[in-house]
Design a binder for this molecule. Structure first.
Ligand SMILES: Nc1ncnc2c1ncn2[C@@H]1O[C@H](COP(=O)(O)OP(=O)(O)OP(=O)(O)O)[C@@H](O)[C@H]1O
Ligand SMILES: CCCC(=O)O
Length: 354
């Protein structure tokens, strides 16, 4: 069984090949000025397509008979978790970005193009828009405004499954875990017997502030800011997603640099980092209450889980609640490949996106 996995992120395209029972992984960084100048995600497609083709060619995978192409899904309509076949309707919604713009919207589109070349099916797995939230968690104080489920679903689910199996010797479906994915964005969710029943929307101003995201903001502050700057709503939304958080205070998105600033005695950096950790811990605490204090563990994952300083500061706040499992980085490529294998082996049916 041979599988090509494609995982487009904001600053990179991750590629995975499952061949002869082994996984080969590669990351193409998109940090050059010209790439960053490209205005829309859809306009990045050809560059990312060429990068994947080049990788296949350079590593002698070009002539492999792929059985499936699998990709990270994007901001389509809300769906339940699982593996979805890439169909016309899915492609249309990814192109339109019906629930917002995100690099993951290119996943299904690229998968379909490679599936045409290799004459095999294309799938997406656990898109960031999967919605398993409790009704109660969606209700806000304004009748027509509801909370939405937009999060790092792919990594959340894979890491939670691994912790349940390897550390708790339980099935994911029998466990209660709080998972904090801490990367460029931060999403913290309560995994309750196999469903993510409450989670902050990592994109649109909800939850703790992140490396580049604003998180929840006070409404009066937003109104005053918009009045003072006369900024358009579109521009404001971009600011909230790409140019806020740690970046807004310290002008870097590199947390290794922030740590260096803190250890070098920069008081401002230390204050901001402490606020960062405080907000993450408060979000975990909120979900601990939502689970009525009965959890099997807290899982810290994403790039920032590599940081001993951040992990220890979070532990100081929430360590009393339960065991903390640290799973640095992400398992998105593995999650994609495992999803495709389950379908190809007939262990799971691919769902149809409608
Ligand atoms: N050892 C480390 N110590 C501190 N910070 C680290 C370390 N390794 C990575 N980081 C930080 O992690 C962040 C990137 O995390 P990650 O790679 O998970 O983000 P991403 O994939 O771009 O975004 P997302 O996870 O939201 O999709 C950067 O700020 C990076 O500096
Ligand atoms: C909505 C997908 C996760 C994120 O980037 O915050």
């Amino acid at each position: 069984m041979n599988i090509l996995a494609v995982d487009p992120g904001s600053t990179s395209t991750k590629i995975g090949i499952y061949f002869n029972g082994k996984i080969y992984k590669h990351k193409v960084e998109h940090l050059d000025e010209n790439f960053l100048k490209i205005k829309t995600v859809v306009e990045q497609k050809d560059i990312r397509f060429d990068n994947i083709k080049q990788f296949l060619k350079d590593n002698n995978f070009e002539d492999v008979n792929f059985d499936a192409i699998v990709a990270r899904g994007g901001l389509i309509k809300s769906v339940e978790g699982g593996v979805y076949e890439v169909n016309e309707r899915l492609i249309e919604d990814l192109k339109k970005g019906v629930n917002g713009e995100h690099p993951a919207n290119l996943g299904g589109i690229l998968a379909r193009e490679f599936a045409e070349i290799y004459n095999c099916p294309a799938f997406i797995v656990d898109p960031p828009i999967i919605d398993e939230m409790w009704e109660i968690a969606k209700i806000t104080g304004v009748n027509s405004i509801t909370r939405k489920s937009k999060f790092h679903a792919l990594n959340h689910k894979e890491v939670a499954r691994r912790v349940a199996k390897e550390k708790l010797s339980k099935r994911y479906e029998d466990s209660i875990l709080i998972v904090a994915h801490m990367g460029g964005g931060i999403t913290i969710g309560l995994h309750y017997y196999g469903k993510v029943v409450d989670v902050n929307n990592g994109l649109d101003g909800d939850g703790p502030f992140a490396v580049e995201r604003a998180g929840s903001l006070p409404v009066d502050g937003i109104i005053e800011y918009l009045k003072n700057t006369e900024m358009s709503l579109d521009k404001f939304l971009k600011l909230v997603v790409k140019e806020s958080g740690i970046y807004s205070h310290l002008k870097t998105k590199d947390m290794i640099k922030v740590e260096d600033m803190v250890t070098g005695g920069d008081n401002e950096a230390e204050k901001v980092l402490d606020a960062f950790v405080y907000n993450i811990s408060k979000e975990i605490g909120g979900l601990f209450a939502a689970a009525k204090g009965k959890i099997d563990g807290i899982v810290l994952t994403g790039g920032l889980a590599n940081s001993k300083l951040i992990v220890e500061k979070i532990r100081d706040y929430v360590g009393f609640m339960s065991e903390i499992y640290v799973v640095p980085g992400e398992y998105e490529i593995e999650a994609l490949i495992n999803g495709a294998i389950r379908v190809l082996k007939g262990e799971e049916n691919a769902k149809i996106y409608e």
